[in-house]
Design a protein around this ligand. Structure first.
Ligand code: HEM
Length: 418
């Protein structure tokens, strides 16, 4: 199978230089001669957020925001937010009852979103996501915002997608974000007046922005909502896009390696599977970068000043020279080359490398460094396999039709042991 030939480039990048070699992409992501080039069309939702700023400003903001994903914060999110929500969601499914043939049927896509919403609200600092109605409403708004902030990859009319996204954002601000921000402003005022200790303040994005005066930027009142949009979408859409692929690969793997089926509830085994699957599937079709000057990469590739290039992770992460002759295959016995991450370039690289990776994988700086958390992806997979998850042979998964994302919009699952 030729992974390079298989990849379809979205029309949005048709006129850009296509970079699909692992070494070139790695060099570009780490280089100071390039700046962020993604989200130009969707800038109205993300401009000025951590993902789209550069240099000193980016470094300072990243340092500030990193405390949201510290080890202790991570443990709190996983045990205090994710675990109870997973338990609740599974309980609701159990109560809903079995079909006539004695099994529970469920769609994995809304199920993952239900499991992630609370962690998402906690990290961003969104209150009142506490009743089934409000939770459903919040999930729906974040989900629709996710479509708008990735308009570049949409197969629909882009102006229409942006228009809809702006209206969704307005509703999200009015119903959830503004009341949450106002509560934090009051808490921060109490702290400043000496009436409350700093430790009593919530650890979340909105509190942090309020503490640093970024909730009201002179001349740019909307900044705070764009930073929230990044966190709301980045913390859910990515996992929703990538997790179902793990189940597809594991289903196929266990068919050819039946002895491994019993290991699907083992977090270590699931982590290896998740990493290998993340290498093969990324949450966005490409990342884009702009050259700040004429550049010649070590490979000899030339990129002109101001040129925007498209970084194609799919072929790069399947490069046989890097990951071996079976690089395009899902192989749980693969040993990642020294100094390379098992997920390849999927969490990006350089200064904009994903800040949420430890939350997803349960691993901090090195692939073999465990933080004591399982990681959201592994925890969700374990819960599903403990409930006897199998793909539904009668209802195959349906891929996302309205965008070029390598993702599913529906993924029927059978839970045999719930
Ligand atoms: C499977 C899960 C995930 C994948 C594959 C993923 C992937 C990525 C990638 C590739 C980037 C770099 C984008 C670029 O350089 O243009 C990135 C950045 C980012 N991610 Fe993730 N992400 C995931 C989960 C998360 C989660 C759970 C969070 C929330 C805490 C998060 C928050 C962010 C943020 C804030 C950035 C911007 C960092 C910066 O610019 O300094 N991500 N992510």
């Amino acid at each position: 199978m030729n992974a390079k030939a298989e990849f379809v480039a979205p029309p949005y990048v048709a006129n850009m230089q296509r970079v699909d070699s692992y070494a070139d992409i790695d060099e570009i992501l780490r280089s100071e001669d390039f700046m962020q080039g993604s989200h130009r069309e969707s800038g109205v939702f993300f401009d000025g957020s951590l993902l789209l700023i550069e240099g000193e400003e980016h470094m300072r903001r990243r340092q500030l925001i990193s405390s949201l994903v510290s080890r202790s914060a991570m443990q709190y999110y996983e045990t205090g937010a994710l675990a109870p929500v997973i338990e609740q969601v599974m309980k609701e499914l159990r109560e809903k009852g079995r079909d006539k043939d004695g099994v529970v049927r469920v769609d994995l896509i809304p199920l993952i979103r239900s499991m992630l919403y609370r962690i998402n609200a906690l990290v961003t600092g969104v209150d009142s996501v506490d009743t089934p109605e409000k939770t459903e409403r919040f999930r729906d708004l974040v989900d629709k915002l996710g479509v708008a902030v990735t308009v570049e990859w949409s197969t629909r009319d882009h102006d229409e997608v942006i228009r809809e996204g702006l209206e969704i954002r307005r509703q999200l601000i009015e119903e959830f974000l503004l009341p949450s921000l106002e509560r934090r402003r009051a808490l921060v005022r109490e702290f400043r007046d000496g009436k409350a200790a700093k430790e009593t303040l919530p650890t979340d994005l909105l509190t942090m922005l309020t503490l640093h005066g970024d909730d009201r930027r002179p001349g740019d009142e909307g900044y705070v909502w764009r930073e929230c949009a990044l966190f709301l979408v980045a913390s859910t859409q990515t996992t929703t896009h990538t997790l179902p692929h793990v189940i597809v690969h594991l289903t196929e793997w266990c068919r050819t390696h039946p002895a491994d089926a019993a290991r699907c509830t083992d977090p270590t085994f699931l982590r290896i599977a998740a990493m290998e699957s993340l290498r093969l599937h990324q949450p966005a079709p490409t990342l884009l970068r702009i050259a700040l000057k004429d550049v010649t990469l070590s490979s000899g590739r030339r990129i002109a000043r101001d040129e925007r290039v498209a970084l194609f992770f799919v072929p790069a992460n399947r490069e046989t020279a890097v990951f071996g002759p079976d690089a395009a295959e899902f192989n749980l016995n693969r040993v990642a080359p020294p100094r390379l991450s098992p997920w390849g370039l999927t969490f990006g690289g350089g200064v904009h490398m994903c800040i949420g990776r430890p939350l997803v994988t349960g691993m901090f700086n090195r692939p073999d460094d465990k933080s004591g958390t399982e990681g959201t992806m592994i925890r969700i997979l374990r819960t599903l396999y403990e409930a006897g998850a199998e793909m539904d042979p009668e209802r195959p998964p349906r891929r996302v039709a309205a965008s070029y994302h390598d993702a599913y919009e529906s993924f029927p699952l059978i839970l045999r042991k719930l």
